[in-house]
Structures are given as structure tokens and as C-alpha cells.
Design a protein around this ligand. Structure first.
Ligand code: PEP
Length: 247
């Protein structure tokens, strides 16, 4: 049975006090056996969150693909492993667009994360003009082919996919449940085509893009939507809790 996952992407927000407050609140939530909650925190809070030893997983929003070296200001996977961080985000559209992360860099980061056995959320999704041209499926397929589909079936077990249409991120404009389900089904079918049914059935595919307490239940009820990657609404403990409980 594939995992149901709700993940918070706090981005470059919150104070340490606020982060710990939200994290402690989440610990009160009773999770089902196949349910997982992850908090992708700014680097500076990672250690403090891990010290709490909660059952809510802690993830990093980014890392540099080199193991160590003269990269001023960067954080390596070894730093994350040293803190016992369990998950990483790779390929988020803000990294692709604002920080010019290329397909080659994303592919390299996926390799580093997977080879270090970290749970890896791979983000994909189309910009508005691609959606308007009706080319969203082929765009997302191309992202998966160039960033992900070089992995072996065994390595794919570390991957979670987040479908995040760029036009829905932080805009308040959510994909309808029908639009999201259509893309999730397409992503799962593409994985089946490349890796076979067992891999496709076991991989969790999350929706991201202005998911909130008002629309989460409808999205999560769709057959191929296994949870969400939540930005803005994860900055409020009450809202994020409602989203987790919508599963
Ligand atoms: C995100 O950044 O991954 C995201 C989904 O943001 P928001 O929920 O704010 O749209």
C-alpha cells in the first residue's frame, strides 16, 4: 500500500520560535500507519527540530551536490546526514526558475540523494503558458525523462513525486481536482510504462499549488493523489493540521 504524505515547505519563512511551535503542535496529531508528515524547514532550524525527536519527519529544502569543499555558503548532503535528516526536496520550481537549476543539476542532486538513501521529493509541473497551449502532459513527461527516469527500479523506491503546476504555486489559484487527478494519472501511467505496474502503484504522488484547508479533502479524495506539498498554508499550525486531517 502506498504512503499518504503531507509535507510542509516552509521556504524562507518563520522564526525559530514559530518553527518549533508549529512542529510541536504537529506532534499532537495521531497518524495512521501508512500516513507520513514531513516538514521541509530552513537549514537553520533543522538541528533544533531534530533534537525534539518527534515522529514528524524533518527534511531539507535544498543541498549542494558536492560532498564537501570550497563552496562558500552551501550545505552538503553530508551535513544533512550528520543531522539525521531523512528527506530532501529536489526540482522545486522556485529553484528551477529563481536559481536557474538546470535539468543536469537536478538529475545530479537526485542521484546524490537517492544514493544516500534519503527520501526524495521530486517536483515537476508546467508553467501557465504550457498549460494554455495544452502541452502540460508532454512537458511533465520531459521533466521526468530528463531528471528521473535514469534511476533503477530499486532507486525509484526512494522517490516521491510532487506535481506542482507553476501557475498554482503561491497564487491562490488551485488546479481543480479533475485537472490534478488527470495529471497524477498521467504521471503514474508514465512510470508504469517505464518501470512496470508494481513501481507505479507503490510511488506516492503529491499535489502542490495553493492547497488549503478548504480544497484539500476534494484533492486528496482523488484516486491518484496521495497527499500534498503545502507552502503558504503550512505556516499556520491550525491550517496545516486541517490539511493533514483531510486525508
Ligand atoms: C510549494 O511551494 O511547493 C507550494 C505548493 O506552495 P503554495 O502551497 O503556497 O502554493
Amino acid at each position: 500500500m502506498r504512503k499518504k504524505i503531507v509535507a510542509a515547505n516552509w521556504k524562507m519563512n518563520l522564526t525559530k520560535k514559530e518553527a518549533l511551535y508549529i512542529y510541536d503542535k504537529l506532534e499532537e496529531i495521531q497518524l495512521e500507519e501508512n500516513q507520513e508528515v514531513i516538514v521541509f524547514s530552513p537549514y537553520v532550524f533543522l538541528d533544533a527540530l531534530k533534537q525534539r525527536q518527534h515522529h514528524i519527519k524533518v527534511g531539507a529544502q535544498n543541498f549542494h551536490p558536492a560532498a564537501q569543499g570550497a563552496y562558500t555558503g552551501k550545505v552538503s548532503i553530508n551535513h544533512l546526514l550528520d543531522l539525521e535528516i531523512e528527506c530532501v526536496l529536489v526540482g522545486h520550481s522556485e529553484r528551477r526558475i529563481l536559481f536557474n537549476e538546470s535539468d543536469e543539476v537536478i538529475k545530479l542532486k537526485i542521484d546524490v540523494a537517492v544514493n544516500n538513501k534519503l527520501e526524495t521529493i521530486f517536483c515537476c509541473g508546467e508553467p501557465l503558458e504550457i498549460r494554455e497551449q495544452g502541452k502540460h502532459s508532454s512537458y511533465v513527461l520531459q521533466q521526468m525523462e530528463s531528471n528521473l527516469f535514469h534511476l533503477t527500479p530499486e532507486q525509484m523506491k526512494s522517490i516521491i513525486i510532487a506535481y506542482e503546476p507553476v501557475w498554482a504555486i503561491g497564487t491562490g489559484k488551485t488546479a481543480t481536482a479533475q485537472q490534478a487527478e488527470e495529471m497524477h494519472r498521467f504521471i503514474r501511467m508514465s512510470i508504469e510504462h517505464r518501470y512496470g505496474k508494481a513501481t507505479a502503484e507503490n510511488i506516492s504522488i503529491l499535489y502542490g499549488g495553493s492547497c488549503n484547508p478548504g480544497n484539500a479533502a476534494e484533492l486528496f479524495a482523488c484516486e491518484n493523489i496521495d497527499g500534498g506539498l503545502i507552502g503558504g498554508a503550512s505556516l499556520n499550525a491550525e491550517d496545516f493540521t486541517k490539511i493533514i486531517q483531510a486525508q
